[in-house]
Design a protein around this ligand. Structure first.
Ligand code: PRP
Length: 212
């Protein structure tokens, strides 16, 4: 049997994903604290690769990874052609417009300056609302932008709301619910359907038991 290749994100989501696999007796080889980027589970014939969150979709779309676990935010940003196989029940958050308390999101014909890592999602959202924007693309610490006057608002993920609060910002408008999901390469899935479907069935069973 060929190895199944699985792309996981480093950081919070990756740790939750590794925990999930461990609970269905997969990936005991995973050590999320080490600097290693590839782990092999010889028993289950699975190779795991640890990637930057935003690269998971790329590896799956190109078939280097058969499946991956990624936030819906990344999928929306990339518009990649992959199968969306299963919505996971942990790690829910929201993509929101946030800014200083009481800041305006809609400015008639004036241009709204939006700082974000999610430029495509922001562009599509405001276009649909008819608000002209200027995107200020950032790679992190986005919350600083309105505080220091670089932007009027931000578009960012909000989970607990602690980061916004700590920086004197608030949610001005909810955009989308974001959850992690299992995605698959469209060709890889056809060849490894049985192995992939078995993993998903085990995850589903585990999640049902946890909820019950
Ligand atoms: C995300 C997001 C916010 C924070 C929100 O960043 O960009 O900064 O989490 O979480 P909270 O509502 O629970 O405070 P992440 O930790 O993924 O790191 P990054 O900014 O490096 O992408």
């Amino acid at each position: 049997m060929d190895y199944l290749t699985v792309a996981l994100a480093k950081g919070r989501l990756g740790e939750q994903s590794a925990e999930l696999f461990n609970q269905i007796d997969i990936g005991s080889c995973l050590d999320m604290k080490s600097r290693k980027l590839v782990f092999t589970d010889e028993v289950n014939r699975i190779k795991f690769m640890l990637l930057k969150n935003s690269d998971v979709v790329t590896y799956v779309e190109n078939g280097v990874a058969d499946i991956g676990i990624v936030g819906k935010d990344m999928l929306m940003e990339s518009k990649a052609k992959v199968f969306q196989l299963y919505n996971l029940s942990f790690g829910y958050c929201k993509l929101c417009i946030a800014g200083k308390k009481g800041a305006d999101v809609y400015k008639n014909n004036a241009i709204l300056r939006v700082a974000t890592k999610f430029d495509r999602s922001a562009k599509d959202y405001f276009e649909a609302k008819g608000q002209k924007i200027e995107i200020i693309k950032l790679n992190g610490s986005v919350e600083l932008a309105p505080v220091l006057g670089l932007s009027d608002v931000i578009v960012d993920l909000v989970e607990t709301g602690n980061t916004l609060k700590a920086n004197g910002l608030e949610v001005l408008e909810d955009m989308y619910e974001i959850n992690p999901l299992i995605i698959a390469n469209r060709i890889g899935y056809k060849f490894k359907m049985k192995q992939i479907d078995d993993i998903i069935k085990n995850i589903e069973r585990l999640e049902l038991n946890t909820i019950a």
